[in-house]
Each structure stands twice: as structure tokens, then as C-alpha cells.
Design a protein around this ligand. Structure first.
Ligand SMILES: NC(=O)c1ccc[n+]([C@@H]2O[C@H](COP(=O)([O-])OP(=O)(O)OC[C@H]3O[C@@H](n4cnc5c(N)ncnc54)[C@H](OP(=O)(O)O)[C@@H]3O)[C@@H](O)[C@H]2O)c1
Length: 347
């Protein structure tokens, strides 16, 4: 594929805006860019490389001539329109959870399994943001992850544009002593935190977000034996998620080894300054593609020396969504794909 025509479905959303930024900043070799959203946004304009592009209403006929369709408008829209895009000849890169566990759909993190993208049958899925910012692959290649306990601290941006607005508005109202009636998230958000707002499985007691992490990790790492349990929490941070991870490996491992492996891993930055008490923070990871990792230390509850604890923060609008999808699109573009596969093989 050379200079593809790219369509963004959900261009006006929190992820959509980042798609435009990533395509521009990474100098993606575009033929043409089409912006699609709901009827509410049709006719609005958005700026790309200094030019105004008019947003069109998404319909089943939107994909004529489109080579790559980046979907980010929710699972229902993906289920309804991705087949039309594939039928029109486009490769769909989907940010929703609609197709992630479909055995015919590769689930791709370019730093982990870039080769899977080439085996697509028209749709490639982007992982959930919490899975995408869990940087264990470089360590797993050397010393298998056997068990992961994750606690997440997920920002408003993970729930879209309207949740970010709810956090801003409810914080302002609380500070000014005004009442605020929340409508986007299920609980008061300002100066509060609560269990992730995805549907709860009454039998297991896990919410949907917590169930995604093991499923997706097994598929991407091609290792169904990794035991994973997560507690996912929405925190009143505007943008970028964080996670506390406790990881048990197959063999003993030291914090220094983990630090060394991660310090040369693509897409990861070690921020681990014990003297200054400076570790990964959403404030720092916001706006950058790298996942920040720090607080790398022994899990003192495991005397075997096989368990490590760490704290990560990543901008899930980027690595958890738009950036990862654009990196996948780069794998589909001739030349760029060969280069990325070579880099992955030699990493
Ligand atoms: N936020 C994240 O960190 C994240 C991470 C991974 C995956 N995702 C996935 O990406 C999706 C979008 O997330 P977001 O945070 O960008 O949400 P958002 O800010 O609420 O944006 C939603 C986008 O979808 C469009 N849309 C809604 N209904 C539509 C319809 N009937 N037809 C066409 N377009 C429609 C909206 O267009 P209008 O402006 O016209 O309403 C808007 O562009 C999520 O549902 C999720 O599946 C999000």
C-alpha cells in the first residue's frame, strides 16, 4: 500500500483528535484524509497540516476509495460499519472491543506482535488501553510472566470527551459550592474515585474492563497460561492512566535486570528516581507516546525472588488508542512495514 486514503471514524472524539495529531506528527504517508462522525458533526471543519477538512456524516457509503479506516466511535458503530468498510476494500483498524477476541482478527501492539497485522482478513483490533500500556513484553521474552496483579488508576479521557468535560465542570462546581448533577459517569467524579464504569459481572464480581486485561494479554502474548487479575478504578485525573503492577516471573529476577531490560525497550521510558521520589505520573505521560515505568522493586511478600512490583503511566489516548492504531497503519504501508518488522526482529 502506497499513500493510502485514510478515513477516521469518530474524528471529532477524544481519540479522533489524537488520530489527526499522530498522522501529522509521524508524517504518515497519506494520499487523502477523510473525517467521519455523526450527523451532529457533519459540516464542522478540523485542521490537518494547516488545512481545513470538513467532517462528513458516517454512512455505509462512506468508504468508497478508502484504503485504511481508523475506527473510534464505539463498539456498536464498529460492528455496524466495519463490514461495509471491509466490503469497500479498506483495512479497518478498530479501537473498540467489538472484534478483539474474534479469532480471525489480529489484536496488535506493534512493539509486541507486528507480524500479526499482516495476517489480517480486513479488520485489525487495537487492544484495550490498560493492556496497551502494560509494558511487560520485553521482560516476558527473557523471563516468562507467570502471574500479574494489576491495579489501575484510569483517567477521564478513557471515557471520552464528555467524561473529561464532566470532570472539569464538576470540579469547578464543587470548588464554587454549586450543585452538580453528573450524567456521563455513574458517580460524582470531582474529588472522588470509583470502581470502573464498565458493566459488572454479578457472578464473578469483576467489571468488563478487568476481564479484558487477561483475555487480551493471552491473545497478544500468545500465552494463555499467564494468570492475570485486575482491579480497575476511575480516578479524577483528566488524561493518562496509571497502573500498579505486581508481576511474578518464571525465574528469579532482580529490579536492576528489569530496569535494564525496560531502559532499552522501544516505546518505554524508565522514570525511577528514588532519591527525588520522582516516578511515573499522568502529568508527565500526557501527550507522549512512551509508557513511563518506575518504582521497580522486589515484591517483599514473595521470598522466591521471582516477583517484581512497578508503577506505570501511559497516555491511553495515544499508546492506548490513536498512536497504537497509527503504528499499525504504518505496518500496512509498504517500505515502512518492512522497516518496522526488521526493527522488531532485531529488538
Ligand atoms: N478514550 C480512550 O482512551 C479510548 C481508548 C481505547 C479505545 N477507545 C474506543 O474509542 C471509542 C471512542 O472513544 P472516545 O474517547 O474518542 O469517545 P468520544 O470522545 O465520546 O468520541 C466519540 C466519537 O464517536 C462519534 N460518534 C458517536 N456516535 C456516532 C454515530 N452514530 N455515527 C458516527 N460517529 C459517531 C462521535 O461523533 P460526534 O462528535 O459527531 O458525536 C465522536 O467523534 C470508544 O467508544 C472506545 O471504544 C477509547
Amino acid at each position: 500500500m502506497h499513500n493510502p486514503v485514510v478515513a477516521i471514524v469518530g474524528a471529532t472524539g477524544a481519540v479522533g483528535v489524537e488520530f489527526l495529531r499522530c498522522l501529522e506528527e509521524r508524517k504518515f504517508p497519506l494520499g487523502k484524509l477523510r473525517l467521519l462522525a455523526s450527523a451532529r458533526s457533519a459540516g464542522k471543519t478540523m485542521t490537518f497540516k494547516g488545512e481545513e477538512i470538513t467532517v462528513e456524516e458516517l454512512t455505509e457509503d462512506s468508504f468508497d476509495g478508502v484504503d485504511i479506516a481508523l475506527f473510534s466511535a464505539g463498539g456498536g458503530i464498529s460492528r455496524k460499519y466495519a463490514p461495509a468498510a471491509v466490503k469497500a476494500g479498506a483495512v479497518v483498524i478498530d479501537n473498540s472491543s467489538a472484534f478483539r477476541m474474534d479469532p480471525d482478527v489480529p489484536l496488535v501492539i506493534p512493539e509486541v506482535n507486528p507480524e500479526a497485522a499482516q495476517a489480517n482478513k480486513g479488520i485489525i483490533a487495537n487492544p484495550n488501553c490498560t493492556t496497551a500500556i502494560t509494558p511487560l513484553w520485553p521482560i516476558h521474552k527473557k523471563n516468562h510472566v507467570k502471574r500479574l496483579i494489576a491495579s489501575t488508576y484510569q483517567s477521564a479521557s478513557g471515557a471520552g470527551h464528555s467524561a473529561m468535560e464532566e470532570l472539569r465542570e464538576s470540579t469547578r462546581a464543587t470548588l464554587e459550592g454549586r450543585d452538580y448533577r453528573h450524567s456521563v459517569l455513574p458517580h460524582p467524579y470531582a474529588f472522588n474515585l470509583f470502581s470502573h464504569n464498565s458493566p459488572m459481572d454479578a457472578e464473578s464480581g469483576y467489571n468488563e474492563e478487568e476481564l479484558k486485561m487477561p483475555r487480551e494479554m493471552h491473545k497478544i502474548f500468545k500465552d494463555p497460561d499467564i494468570r492475570v487479575a485486575a482491579t480497575c478504578v476511575r480516578v479524577p485525573v483528566l488524561r493518562a492512566h496509571a497502573e500498579a503492577l505486581t508481576v511474578e516471573f518464571e525465574n528469579p529476577i532482580t529490579p536492576d535486570e528489569v530496569r535494564e531490560i525496560l531502559s532499552t525497550a522501544p516505546g518505554v521510558k524508565v522514570v525511577d528516581d528514588r532519591e527525588k521520589n520522582y516516578f511515573p505520573m499522568p502529568k508527565d505521560s500526557t501527550g507522549q507516546g512512551d509508557i513511563l515505568v518506575g518504582r521497580i522493586r522486589y515484591d517483599t511478600s514473595d521470598p522466591s525472588g521471582k516477583s517484581i512490583m512497578m508503577f506505570v503511566s501511559g497516555d491511553q489516548l495515544l499508546k492506548g488508542a490513536a498512536l497504537n492504531a497509527v503504528q499499525i497503519a504504518e505496518l500496512l504501508v509498504t517500505d515502512a512495514a518492512d522497516k518496522k518488522l526488521d526493527q522488531a526482529a532485531s529488538a
